[in-house]
Design a protein around this ligand. Sequence first.
Ligand code: UD1
Ligand code: MG
Length: 453
Amino acid sequence: MTGRTSLTIVLAAGEGTRMRSAVPKVLHPVAGQSLLSHVLAATPKGAGAALAVVIGPDHKAVEDEVRRLRPDAATFVQRERLGTAHAVLAAREAIARGADDLLVAFGDTPLISAATFERLRAPLKKGASLAVLGFRAADPTGYGRLLIAGDQLVAIREQADASAAERAINLCNAGVMAFDGRRALEIIEKIGNANAKGEYYLTDAVAVICAQGLEAVVIETSEDEVRGINTKAQLAEAEAVMQARLRKAALEAGVTMIAPDTVYLAADTTFGSDVTIEPFVVIGPGVTIADGAVIHAFSHIVQASIGKKASVGPYARLRPGTSLGEGVRIGNFVETKAATLEAGAKVNHLSYIGDAHVGAGANIGAGTITCNYDGFAKYKTEIGAGAFVGTNSSLVAPVKIGKGAYVGSGSVITRDVPADALAVERSQQTNREGGASRIREIKTKDKAPKGGQ
Ligand code: UD1
Ligand code: MG
């Protein structure tokens, strides 16, 4: 909606007691991102679109999340929870700046879309003072009911104040509203608290508007889009709706999934063309999968980038900071973390590759472990291009395996191996005195060390 300025106020001061959690409600995740992040992603952005978030007094973590997502947003603290109108007025200073449209949304309705905000703004352009988002509830209990006379919205009745006849109405208030920004402050300030709960209800703005002979309208949407989260059960329901949306979008974008219902995606997962995801794969936040990559069954991937035609799994775990080049192969029971594997590198079985750089075409044998942690600090392992690390080797970091080097199976490599060298370094179980001994051989490639196959 070009030309009109907006202020969106997101209410997030609630404690979320029914979540039974120490984490503030709006920070619980759906599809790998906080409820709040989904709402903020849908709000108007760009030039002329201001954002304010109303938070509770002890909600530093919520404030941090707002800063992370939208550094341009203002936060306001509502010190006492006296109702939704009171919460909006916590942002009075921002409202007083007078945007054309004032939008109010709740931080706990993560399925709302950007298009719905725009639909709500449309009636304001035609002179309405308020547009309320409504939906037909399968079970309206607990929601504010929309009272219509003719084609006018005349009031919203909260559950606690509703008559039996009003409770039978299933057209409900979703909680998202768009006000004429020039009039909003004056209208919201007129709202009192003479109701069953003694709260300042934002919903009473409708009655104030009608009393002034101004117009309030309803814009309808589906119940799925406006599910509010108050409990862990509702969080799981929202997750299911979001996953269904993400799977549908992935299929439409050309991703092959033979059992999409078993694949879990994050809201920010990105796919190239001709990607295949086998059943029972879990993808967390921050994952990009390039053209032609295949994710085999039972893999778990978080904050990783997967290169073109790479193959991952089955049963692989890619942890944060994993970057796989073109054609990389990660096989069963392999875990990677903060690891870059250049094009064509292979780690096909039973390995841990952490804090590591693996050069192009290197081959890491089954059971190889980068020993990156000595109990105090993390150290890096560098494996050069074309290196071959024999099975069951431990690479004790910090350590470098030169390019083209060959490490004999069963080695415990504690010192750097030069490029193109052949190395085998093993502990012998016991010597005659009962103590441990080590053998270490590093040779040039024309003479293989004993057992260095
Ligand atoms: C509200 C609506 C109801 C609507 C329903 C939709 C009011 C009075 N009622 O009821 O018509 O059908 O949402 O889900 O608006 N909040 C604050 N400070 C407060 C009170 C609330 O920040 O003092 C925030 C909450 O964190 C939440 C939102 O406002 O994000 C809604 O509050 P909630 O208590 O959940 O209202 P409902 O009773 O669900
Ligand atoms: Mg609610």
